[in-house]
Design a binder for this molecule. Sequence first.
Ligand code: RIB
Ligand code: CA
Length: 321
Amino acid sequence: MTRTLLIDTDTASDDAVALIMALRSRDVRVAAITVVAGNVPVAQATSNALFTAELCGSDVPVYSGAEAPLLRKLVIADWFHGADGLGDHGYKPAKRRADPVHAVDALIQTVRENPGIEIVTLGPLTNVAMALLREPKLAALVKRCVVMGGAPCCEGNVTPAAEFNIWVDPEAARIVFRSGLPLEMVGWQLCRGGAVLNPHETERVLALKNPIAEFAIRCNSTAVEAFFKQTGQRGMSLPDPVAMGITLNPALCSASSEHYVEIEVSSELTRGMTVVDRLDVAADSRNSDAWADTVERERKVHICWSLDIPKWKNLLFSALG
Ligand code: RIB
Ligand code: CA
């Protein structure tokens, strides 16, 4: 039976490659793309999603959503992805417009119409949080929700403590992590090291000589520069395609375990930190009241600790081929 997928995205360069993987997969039907402000303002992210869908020859409905986090000012990542989010190569906007329905309404409606749906989030969790606030029962209709976000027991990419998608809207993330959704967390640490596409591999993709492969590499040109400045590592880091790979084929997550997770929303120092109870000490409530109700009421989160890199790269290359 074909699996149904909803993708929530702040479409910039790595999101675009993840969209290509889903839209060209024979294993899933993408029922909707809902767009959220994050890497770039939501209007630009919506335009990027429409452009990518058109490039893939897909008429999947695209819905524009939250223009800012629930409580905070939007902070974009144009320093990483370029002003247009796609490396500033002047891609012409798609002919098609976004659907007039708001992304939050579309998210609720799509889940209601497709019980057992799988959701993958590639941006800040503002749309998903708003949908859950409106319709808490939504969580029970979702088979799995893969979240590209967080830095489980490791360093962040936007502050020492936090990964961008969670940091941008930590209140939304806390709502989602406390919602009872069956969450699978794909942290930023999985897209570094061996998972980075080296120059030889990007050449291999370009040698596929098709417009989609060429776009996938070219739109990430700014991100490659920024990643080198940020980490000293040369190559193309693709967090959203890693999350999409695990969504399409869960076996790509080669090591995982279930833990309580809390999101920091009060401290500016650790804003957006995904605090993962890896040793299961939270259950011993003598240690801290802060975790007492987590243990009571929350669902553990499936944390992915390692990626089957060769399998993931093969999936990526075949999606671009
Ligand atoms: O931290 C990486 C994540 O933040 C990716 O989803 C990237 O597209 C940005 O949204
Ligand atoms: Ca993203």
